[in-house]
Design a protein around this ligand. Structure first.
Ligand code: AMP
Length: 114
């Protein structure tokens, strides 16, 4: 989608600190990290949000969730764990309308969220 910042990052039109890519997805460090490890995993396909995903996107979402865990471990979170977050819509405080999984680690996370 032409005016989507994450589509532009995937296309290399906006610089990012890439940590992974394959035919389906792309991962890069968050520009305002909230933890020592904080990166985003996004589908190459422009899906506006988790709740905008279609049934046919299920296999892609499954692959992304598995890859999120694998990447978190590769980023040093295997021993102490990590937080996996998908913000959705205005109540979910989603600010970029391209589905993304936040992967946060390297510190203790609070619960419940504020
Ligand atoms: P959300 O509030 O869940 O939509 O999260 C969007 C995230 O994208 C925020 O954590 C931002 O810091 C991050 N972000 C926005 N622009 C960029 C960018 N150019 N590079 C990396 N991360 C970004």
């Amino acid at each position: 989608m032409s005016d989507c910042i994450f589509c532009k990052i995937i296309a290399g039109e906006i610089p990012s600190e890439k940590i992974y890519e394959d035919d389906d997805m792309f991962a890069f460090r968050d520009i305002t990290p909230q933890a020592p490890v904080h990166f985003l995993l996004v589908p190459r396909k422009h899906i506006t949000s988790l709740m905008a995903a279609e049934k046919g996107d299920g296999p892609l979402l499954g692959k992304m969730l598995y890859k999120a865990g694998e990447l978190a471990a590769a980023q040093g979170c295997s021993e102490k764990g990590a937080r996996f977050v998908v913000n959705c819509g205005s109540d979910g405080n989603q600010t970029v309308d391209h589905l993304h999984i936040h992967i946060l680690g390297g510190r203790m996370m609070m619960w419940p969220p504020g």
